[in-house]
Design a protein around this ligand. Structure first.
Ligand SMILES: *Cc1c(COP(=O)(O)O)cnc(C)c1O
Length: 217
């Protein structure tokens, strides 16, 4: 399937309330432009340098979503470009984003990344840590908490994936008293239909649109 056809198919299948972030990591600018011609504006990247380089080269109305692990010394590459940083997994990172954003005179939207997978390897805050940090957002005035992000276990066990997504939705509901904190980023190529059923507001889809990457996710 072409990139254009994949985007059309997803747009028809997704409820209008769910935002599609096309994950273009490791993919060339020409692929992004094809998706752009098909009307796609939100793209996800997971490496700071790659995001900054692509942002410099591509149309200014693209919304860049940063979805990868972010080291504090790379924050300054991401903050100038990112519409939304999905992967805030520590107070230290939050403080650095706040500082860099303040230096640029802007406010940055972020999601807290939550460890929902039963797998050991995935990073993220526990739900309790997220609730505690969310209660202290006033200390970080140049950051706006918009919601939570999570990655389910990479498994064919649909019941398990559903359970993990449900846990993230439950946490999102707990945080929904915070003004503007209404987003849930969950669902990738292999599990997005379940994420939609469990109430996601943003899906992050790469392989289905752009084909296989040579690198591991
Ligand atoms: C790579 C990546 C995706 C997209 O994964 P696909 O399986 O290619 O759709 C989504 N979210 C994150 C955090 C990723 O790193």
């Amino acid at each position: 399937m072409s990139i254009t056809a994949a985007i059309r198919q997803l747009r028809n299948a997704l409820p209008p309330t769910v935002q599609l972030v096309a994950v273009s990591k490791f993919k060339p600018v020409s692929d992004i432009l094809e998706a752009y011609q098909a009307g796609q504006r939100a793209f996800g990247e997971n490496r700071p340098q790659e995001l900054a380089a692509k942002a410099a080269e591509l149309p200014a109305d693209i919304q860049w979503h940063f979805i990868g692990h972010l080291q504090t010394n790379k924050v300054k590459l991401v903050v100038p470009h990112a519409t939304l940083i999905h992967s805030v997994d520590s107070e230290r990172l939050l403080a650095e984003i706040d500082k860099v954003a303040r230096g640029l005179g802007k406010t940055v939207d972020i999601l807290l990344e939550i460890h929902i997978a039963e797998e050991e390897t995935k990073q993220g805050l526990s739900p309790d840590e997220a609730v505690a940090l969310a209660g202290r957002m006033a200390e970080f005035p140049n950051v706006r908490l918009r919601g939570v992000m999570g990655m389910a276990t990479f498994t064919d066990d649909q019941a398990q994936v559903r359970r993990e997504f449900h846990a993230l939705k439950t946490l999102a509901q707990q945080l929904s008293g915070i003004p503007g904190c209404d987003q849930i980023s969950m669902g990738m190529s292999q599990d997005w239909p379940l994420a939609v059923e469990e109430g996601t507001t943003i899906v992050r889809i790469g392989t289905f649109i752009f084909g296989k990457r040579n690198q591991v996710r």
